[in-house]
Ligand binder design. Sequence first.
Ligand code: ADP
Ligand code: ZN
Ligand code: ZN
Length: 707
Amino acid sequence: MISYIGVALNVPLKGLFHYQWPLPQMPLIGTAVIVPWGRAKRLGWIWEVCPTPPEHIALERIKSVVCVLHSPVYLNQRWRQLVEFASRYYHHPLGACVFDVLPKSLKSFSKNLQASSILQTWLKKNLACVVFDLTDYHPNEQSVLLEPYSGFLERNTVAQESIEFSERPLTLEQVFAVETLRAVKGFKVHLLHGITGSGKTEVYLRLIVSAIQDQKQCLLLLPEINLTPAVEAFFKERIIGLRVAVLHSGLTDTQRLNTWMASATGGIDLVIATRLGVFVPMPKLGLVLVDEEHDPSYKQMEGLKYSARDLAVMLGQMCDCSVILGSATPSLETWHKVQLGAYGKISLSKRAVVGAALPVVDLVDLRHHTTSAGLSKPILEALQGVLAQGDQSIVFLNRRGYSPTLMCEACGWVAGCHQCSAHMVWHRAESMLRCHHCGVSRALPSVCPTCGNQDLTAFGRGTQRLEEALLCALPKARMLRIDADTTRGKGKAHQVFTAAHQGEADILVGTQMIAKGHDFQRVKLVVALNVDSALFSHQPKSAERLFAQLMQVSGRAGRTGEPGRFMVQTRYPHHPLFQCLCRQDYTGFAEYELQARKAAGYPPFTYQVLLRADHRKLDHAMDFLHHARQWALEWLEQQAWEAECTPRLCDPVGLTVVRVGGVERAQLLVESISRRNLHHFLDSWLLFLPSIGGSVRWFVDVDPTEI
Ligand code: ADP
Ligand code: ZN
Ligand code: ZN
């Protein structure tokens, strides 16, 4: 009897591809096969088995599988379930999703696909594999023995014998957190809201130990690749016998594959990983931890554009286990879910180390202090004071959230949209102001509409000069720059951070990278510069991110001993964001910002999808978007959905940085308060779009973090 299989292939087309399965025994779902594709062959993964031929293809056109690769590399059911969900939710072809998230060694082979080349590659990686060539297979003549490998993983699962961990007295808050979270049975999401230094890691440790003692596996996601070595070392030192693996994009293909396979056989208790770790197969997963859950780097920006934080929650649901989202400054989506009662919340409100106080916050009002090359006198004096005492300072330069908005330095006026509450973006080339939210545009005003000042400027000017200015003003200080440039290359980051920890620098200058997780012991002063542009960015999340960064970077001061000092230079000291910052009041900020989002109709009160279009000629990209919009409007009219639940389509706009590598980029934003309707609409839209795509490269981004 012939059966049929649906195979996931790495092609940019929706759905599975069907082939004949000539063997008498049923194929094992999740196994790799080689199938014909046009004149070539492709590697794919069996995704479904159909007893009857698929109806949408003529029987004689269904080809037969060429080879089956019988090996321990198989995609288990839970893994497939997660990938299927991601494919559906992010509207990305299933096969493309599979290949986007598989380790490279399992998918990249020479074009002319030969079973032997796969065999060689896999054997080199110690993945025993039997290849059955089915090209000349005749059911009556041969009999192929296919013992399913499904049993393989279970049989080879290595149980954790015993672990030991070194105790340390917990604070009362930590005890409460651990007790509460340990008692969780089944799927439940908790926000662990703990200020910096409150000892969240210690709570994770206890929960991990309990889970391992229950013969479970744990997944700990971290936002930043540079944090993984220290965290791995911490857990190894504290838990004797722990079988831990790390996974991030800095590993070699072989290392990644090893982690993947070891986790899949249950031979790993704890996987510490950046966002791609959410796709590590863990058959006994019993605890999911997402540290710094608010961090933007959990969003994958290429290929399958997923949020690892959101998928981690889905994974927890599929595995029916506890999910813990840790942060000092939770994302507003998460905070909103807590308020709705969907997530639980546990707070750690005090620093764990006795005597470690939170820093004193000083706002330096730029309306009253002049600056030279961006630096005000109070800041320079404070830096000098710390230097004289032989202590360390951190200077944090905000580069994120930079948005060329027009502003008046005299009165603080900022160009806003009259149609919605977003700020206008200055498109220099055309001398226009444009709203990226609703798409409306207008000419640049020649004078400030509030005070008549003729000298209107853009935010964010001169950031690069700040470091030079610092060097000039403090020639004796030893500076160390920590940003994406100085930490690029193997081992570079480790080197730079070690130097910082060992006190080889007096002033650490850096971007957001400096704010994350590192526990510098001798820092007495933290200074934040160039922060105002983020208050008026057209990016909806920019204030949230600024607040998170400032809270985080301020936490770097006075980790031990006396309280440190945190100074922020701003022209808007009365802005609620800074007022909350002075009180270290996340809750106050969240309330303010959620209200602003609600008023503006931004997430989490609406759901958004971006349609991006790239082309060498901007006209082509824009034409595509206009056409797409027109079709959508007509389609939506036919649905006769309630007006307020009908997705709203904005006007297409060119991106702020329109031209990148000779390609012009434009986008169209779609919003809806009904997630269901939005996705229903997308299903139809995405079937239509290929017919008008032409040479335009386009994609959708569901829940975009930048618009
Ligand atoms: P967070 O991740 O919440 O910012 P950490 O877990 O890094 O905080 O802990 C901050 C510091 O407090 C670390 O140096 C850690 O060793 C220490 N610490 C954590 N828990 C305790 C405790 N119960 N008693 C003393 N020190 C603690
Ligand atoms: Zn607008
Ligand atoms: Zn003005």
